[in-house]
Design a protein around this ligand. Structure first.
Ligand code: AMP
Length: 270
């Protein structure tokens, strides 16, 4: 119905405090659709009890100015009461791909993500929804949910936008004190070192994990939460060499800030 009347609608779900990473998704949504919309909602159900929900950075006024300039047609910035009114009791839980990595480190996180994204899709009814590769496991979870529940939306993935020194752009980067900010590129350095080894022919996941661990160990401020070399499709941790695409992921604490990053390794032409 809407397609006939209004053409395609591109949608970018965010938690706000927008940066160039978000804006890349937004530009794609604006450029590839007849209309584009963005949601800004810091979703309480995807934060653990001791996580940074209350402290999460917010700046709605600045976000709205950036989105207007980017040519977005509408912004949906609901209150918690609108998304989770009294009596709310339905959750979406994706099983397998939610369970390792971020899912293991942040219990309940992906249940919150899947639930809010499903509700946003129902409210906004986009033709295409845009997500960042920065959150690689989130991508896998959303793809699974959309496929398993036959949601009528096409998922588009956008590459990670980085600072010139390699640090993946993130709203949480504002938490970093100057000395911590100087240490933060170590995540991308670790991923890049493993990629170089892969390009030299290394295919054993143990060796790739060792390379990443060795680079991270050179930075005393970096405390590894997890470090993974997994099958890029199933996200199951690898124990033997493979020619299938490999997803390297890292979660590292620098001071009190928890950063994540990832790279996919695949053979040329793969
Ligand atoms: P967030 O506001 O952190 O929930 O992110 C909203 C969307 O922007 C998610 O799909 C993220 O994966 C994506 N995103 C966040 N940071 C980046 C980045 N540096 N590059 C590309 N996409 C990103």
């Amino acid at each position: 119905m809407r397609t006939a009347l209004m053409g395609t609608l591109g949608f970018v779900p965010t938690m706000g405090f927008l940066h160039e990473g978000h804006l890349d998704l937004v530009r794609r949504a604006v450029g590839e659709n007849d209309q584009a919309g963005v949601s800004i909602f810091v979703n309480p159900t995807q934060f653990g009890k001791n996580e940074d929900f209350a402290a999460y950075p917010r700046n709605l006024e600045n976000d709205l100015a950036l989105l207007e300039k980017a040519g977005v047609g509408f912004v949906f910035a609901p209150s918690v009461e609108v998304m989770y009114p009294t009596g709310f009791q339905t959750y979406v839980e994706v099983m397998g791909v939610s369970q390792g990595l971020e899912g293991a480190s942040r219990p309940g996180h992906f249940r919150g993500v899947a639930t809010v994204v499903a509700k946003l899709f129902n409210l906004v009814r986009p033709s295409r929804a845009y997500f960042g590769q920065k959150d690689a496991q989130q991508v896998a979870v959303i793809r699974r949910m959309v496929s398993d529940l036959a949601m009528p939306v096409t998922i588009i993935i956008v590459p990670t936008v980085r600072e010139p020194d390699g640090l993946a752009k993130s709203s949480r980067n504002v938490y970093l004190a100057p000395t911590e900010r100087a240490a933060a590129p170590v995540l991308y350095q670790a991923l890049s070192a493993a990629r170089r080894r892969y390009e030299e022919g290394e295919r054993h996941p143990d060796a790739l994990r060792t390379v990443m661990g060795a680079v991270l160990a050179t930075e005393p401020r970096a405390e590894v939460v997890y470090l993974s070399a997994a099958d890029a499709e199933t996200l199951s941790e690898l124990s033997t060499p493979t020619e299938r695409p490999i997803l390297l992921t890292l979660a590292v604490r620098i001071g009190r800030t928890r950063l994540i990053d990832n790279l996919t390794l695949e053979t040329a032409g793969g």
